[in-house]
Every structure is written in C-alpha cells, then in structure tokens.
Design a protein around this ligand. Structure first.
Ligand code: GLU
Length: 466
C-alpha cells in the first residue's frame, strides 16, 4: 500500500510554526515512503477563511521547500459530496433527522449547566417518528453514534487511547441549511483522497474518536492516526507570540534559512539519537513516526539561532548574496552602489562566520553598501580623531602605490608603514577600519580592503583624512 498523507490547514490566520511542523512531518513521511503528500485547505468556515491566509499557506510551504503533490483540495468546494454521503447515511439508517430547534437545545443546555452536568444531545429524535416533526422546522442530520461499548484509536504516537461511547453524543453531520460540519467533512475528504495516515497535532485527538465512529459507520477503511504533541514555550507553557508562535513568514523576515527552519522544526518532537544538525536528505532517510516523542517539545530561539548559524556557514556564498542584497537595500534606504554585490561576495566568507541570521549578515555588511563620504559612528569618529589626519593620510599614502590589490599585498604595505613609524599594528589598523567601515568592528581589515577595491578604499581614506 502506498502512503498518502495530507496537510489540512484552516486558512483563518497565518501559517504558524506548529502548522509548519505538521506539514514537515507529513512531507517527510511521504518522501521517506515514496508516497504522496497532499494539501487540503479547510476553508469551510466562510466568515474566518481569507484569501490572504490561503496565500500565506502556499508561500510558507513553498519557502520551507515542502512541495505538495497533485491538485490542492479546497474543502468548501466539496460540500455537495459531503451532503451526498450524509444523505446516504440517512438512507442507510446510520443517521437521522433531528427537528430540535436551536431554542430547545439551548434550554436543555442551560438546564444541564444549572444542574452542574455536562450537556450531551439526548438523542430525542433518534428513534422518533418523523411524522411527529413540528411544522416549519428545517431538520439537521445527526449521526446515529454507537451508544454501547467504546471506541479505541491505536495511535502511532500516543498508543492505544479509548473513550466510552456514551461520552459522545449524536453529532450533527449536516446543518439545517444543508452545509456539512467539520468532523464529517474531514472524514469524507480523507476517505476520498485515499489518505492512509493522518498525522496532525494532538489537539485533534478528541476529534479522532468521532471521526473513527464515522469511518466505521460509513464503511470507509480507517486510516492510521498519529497525533503529535503540541509545541510549548521554553518555560513549558502553551506557545504564545512571545515564545515564537509566529507565522512562518515572520521567521523568513527575521532572516532564518529554510533549511535551518526545517532542521529546527524536525527536532521539535522528533529525534535521531543525539543528532542536532540533520540535513533534509538525512531526515528523509531517517524519518519515522516511531521516534516522535510523546511529550510536548519546547520552542527555543537560541537553538534555532545556533542552527541557523550552522546553515549560514554551509550556504553557498552567491546564494547568500542574493538573499542579503534586498535586506541591505532596506537598511540603506536608497539605491545601493553598483559594486555592492561584488563587494559582498568578496567578503562573504569572513562575514558569514559570525552571523546567526541573514539580518545579522546585512547589518555587518551595511558599510559595503554605503556611499562616500561615510558617516562614522561615534566610536569610529573618536578613533579617527585620536589618530589624526596625518596618520590617516599616511595610511592612504602607504596603500596608494599598491597595484595588486589583494589582502596580502595591502597587509604588506600596512606592516611596512607600522614598522617605519614604530607603532603597534592596532594603532594603524583601528583608524584604517574606522575610515573604511565607519565602525569599530568589522571583518578582518585586509579582507575589507580587498572587498572594497582600490579606488573605493583610497577614496574612503581620503574622506577620513579631511
Ligand atoms: N484544519 C485543521 C487545523 O488547521 C486540521 C484538521 C486535520 O488535520 O484533520 O487545525
């Protein structure tokens, strides 16, 4: 049997980090088994579903590199099919018409509440003759749920979980206006899509009981279930915005790489020994539901940043340049010098050594994208002032004859100057850094010289000597 899984988000908000992880686990499971990963948009809540949220789901999945197979299924568009199955169940006696009015149900609910009881629909229309139906009431269709015994799910993550059937009442499957209800639509869709494994957050575990009953009644083959524990904050509390419960797009904006995100999300709930850095290829090879943990995982920004740094150092320099340029443009707030991409590429090796995010990279590289004359920060201005125009001028003059403009050649010229003046290297290198970058910290200064090129470097020194 070939594996078919799905990611079934409701487009009522952004694609949050928990959704991203659910999608990743489904995708890995499909790719590991050479199966199919499908996407179903559960857009039946018309008031809360938005086009923007649907786009955010597509964008987020694409950015994460989680490509889906076949056409996207939109749940709302399948309403007629859901109603058809509901009517078939009605015809088979597995469902019945219920003529209770909303007011009646509300009164019973209030009564139960006042008595301190949990309200469940009492099944009053279950065996009642429809001839008794009050005039003018449009009935709902309810599922005739089993009343005796229990329902057990053999969950691939949670193990065996059982609920007594008397705890579950007769679920409405088709509303009075003919629209299907959520749990019912999910069952029909999963069946029609041939879903073999339902992998999702464990907030849906209770739905799985009702869904199991519906599968059995409808004569549909049951899928396997795997309910993944939710993600908590570092303090163990439910994940909130403060903890990182943000949209996937927020992580992209903060400058995380998709491969780092995949690795991080994978480790939120799944493990392979003590391995922390796991490539996507390895993840596909190793992934299985047997190593999904049973307790909630904790979101940890420091770990994510650390992993991101690892992936930034592994990333191709030209790709990093492409990703950093738009960030530089935003930071510099104007058009960038034409040489910026070349300068950035030349300096990428030392720059990426220290960066945890693309945004860090952009910040550290911003001096490359600035136009002359630079506006040195307070620390750099102080360094230049202490060094004095004469020394900065001398640095310029020492470098001016260098024609083979490489890090070693410029270093040789600076060392010769240092020796001639009887100074320590730092006394020259610091004002040189201040003149070239406008800052007191930067990548190794001779790499900076090489990246800026001869004309720009000498020009910046000239500016600083004034
Ligand atoms: N639409 C549900 C959600 O976004 C998922 C339902 C399911 O996976 O069965 O939480």
């Amino acid at each position: 049997m070939s594996v078919v899984v799905r990611f079934a988000p409701s487009p009522t908000g952004f694609l949050h980090i928990g959704g991203g992880r659910t999608a990743l686990f489904n995708w890995l499971f499909a790719r590991h088994h050479g199966g199919t990963f499908r996407l179903r948009i559960e857009d039946t809540d018309r008031a809360r579903s938005t086009e923007a949220a649907i786009d955010a789901i597509f964008d987020g999945l694409k950015w994460l590199g989680l490509d889906w197979d076949d056409e996207v299924v939109f749940q709302f568009a399948r309403m007629a099919r859901h109603a058809e199955v509901a009517r078939a169940m009605l015809a088979n006696g597995q469902a019945y018409r219920c003529y209770c009015t909303p007011e009646e149900l509300e009164a019973k609910r209030a009564e139960a509440k006042a008595a301190g009881k949990v309200w469940r629909y009492d099944g009053i229309w279950r065996d009642r003759d429809p001839k008794d139906a009050p005039a003018g009431v449009q009935p709902v269709i309810r599922f005739k749920a089993p009343r005796e015994g229990s329902t057990t799910i053999d969950d691939l993550v949670q193990g065996e979980v059982t609920v007594a059937n008397q705890e579950l009442d007769d679920l409405v499957i088709l509303r009075a206006d003919g629209t299907p209800t959520y749990n019912f639509s999910v069952v029909v869709d999963d069946h029609d899509m041939g879903i073999t494994h339902v992998i999702r957050g464990d907030d849906h575990l209770t739905n799985a009981f009702r869904q199991t009953q519906l599968y059995l009644a409808a004569g549909f083959a049951l899928p396997e279930f795997a309910h993944i524990p939710l993600i908590h904050g570092p303090d163990g509390a439910k994940l909130s915005k403060r903890h990182g419960a943000l949209g996937v797009d927020a992580y992209r904006d903060m400058g995380y790489l998709p491969e780092a995100m995949r690795n991080y999300l994978l480790r939120l709930g799944w493990s392979h020994g003590d391995d922390e850095v796991i490539s996507t290829e390895q993840a596909i090879e190793w992934f299985g539901l047997d190593h999904v943990g049973r307790s909630p995982s904790r979101f940890d920004f420091d770990k994510l940043a650390h992993l991101n740094g690892v992936y930034i150092r592994q990333a191709d320099n030209a790709r990093l340049v492409e990703m950093v340029i738009p960030r530089l443009a935003a930071l510099a707030g104007g058009h960038l010098p034409a040489a910026t991409p070349d300068r950035l590429l030349a300096l990428m090796a030392p720059l990426k050594e220290r960066a945890k995010t693309l945004q860090d990279l952009a910040q550290a590289a911003l001096f490359l994208a600035e136009h002359r004359p630079l506006q040195p920060d307070a620390g750099a201005a102080k360094l230049l002032q202490e060094a004095g125009a004469d020394l900065v001028g001398a640095i310029h003059d020492a470098l001016n004859p260098v024609t083979d403009w490489t890090a070693p050649a410029t270093e040789a010229a600076i060392r010769a100057l240092v020796e001639a003046k009887g100074l320590k290297l730092g006394k020259v290198a610091q004002p040189l850094r201040a003149a070239l970058t406008g800052r007191t910290v930067s990548p190794p200064i001779f790499d900076v010289l090489a990246a800026l090129g001869r004309d720009e470097s000498l020009g910046r020194l000239q500016d600083a000597a004034k």
